[in-house]
Design a protein. Sequence first.
Length: 303
Amino acid sequence: MLPAPSSLSLAAARLQWPLQEVASVSLVGRPLAALNAHLHRGARLCVLSSDGASPAAIAALLDARGFGASRMSVFEHLGGANERRIDARADDWTHARVAALNLVAIDCRASADGASLPLTHGLPDDAYRHDGQLTKRDVRAITLARLAPRPGELLWDVGAGCGSIGIEWMRAHPSCRAIAIEADHGRQRLIEHNRDALGVPGLQLVEGVAPGAFEGLPAPDAVFIGGGVTLPGVLDACWSRLREGGRLVANAVTLQSEAALFAWREQHGGELTRIGVAQAEPLGAFDTWRQALPITLLHAFKR
């Protein structure tokens, strides 16, 4: 192989952008929705296109997400005799197709309603479509802190609901992976929407009831059980499949599920934490605290 400058370095040089300040995103063989995780006010992106229609699709996505004011520069045949550059705002993009070999540089500029989400755990609850089966924001942040995602690790999200735990696990680092295990078909469709909208289309879905649904799945580095801890064998099956050094976190709301966590801890160890969250809400002309249902959280580390 002969050494040569990459398309990323060539594009950054043409734009006079410091390469170390540019995030690279590949859409080659990947869904367009992967771009959603990188949209932040002031971000500079270099996107490797899938084909000649990619720039128009990117422009439409930016406009729909409130980033229509972003400046796009499309470079065709970078470094070659036919190199060409096209510049326009995303909301003014008029080129349905360009050369198949192209790279898109984006200077992200958001409107006031641009959907730029924080990088921390605990996204707003309204970032998700759900049917009520949602680990709420504050509890979600605590849960993910206990799960402690690290680059390259795999999470099983058992009883995934709308997929919030697996989604935020994957948003922690581009190489984090997650499998959402959910028996309800309608919730599977909610997970599909949420994973794309929040920029992690690689979240894998498994439709089935635990523990039978675990058959054939790769061993996880962490497991979250958001529903089904009272189903016979679920806790033990998750623990037995967990890698050494892995973490198991399970949340319980009902007395029966809490009792299951207490009984399991007696055999395997772990920590139990009680989480209580209250929100200030109006009461006549005054305000009062409205207590959410308390959560019992089990956190166990497999040695």
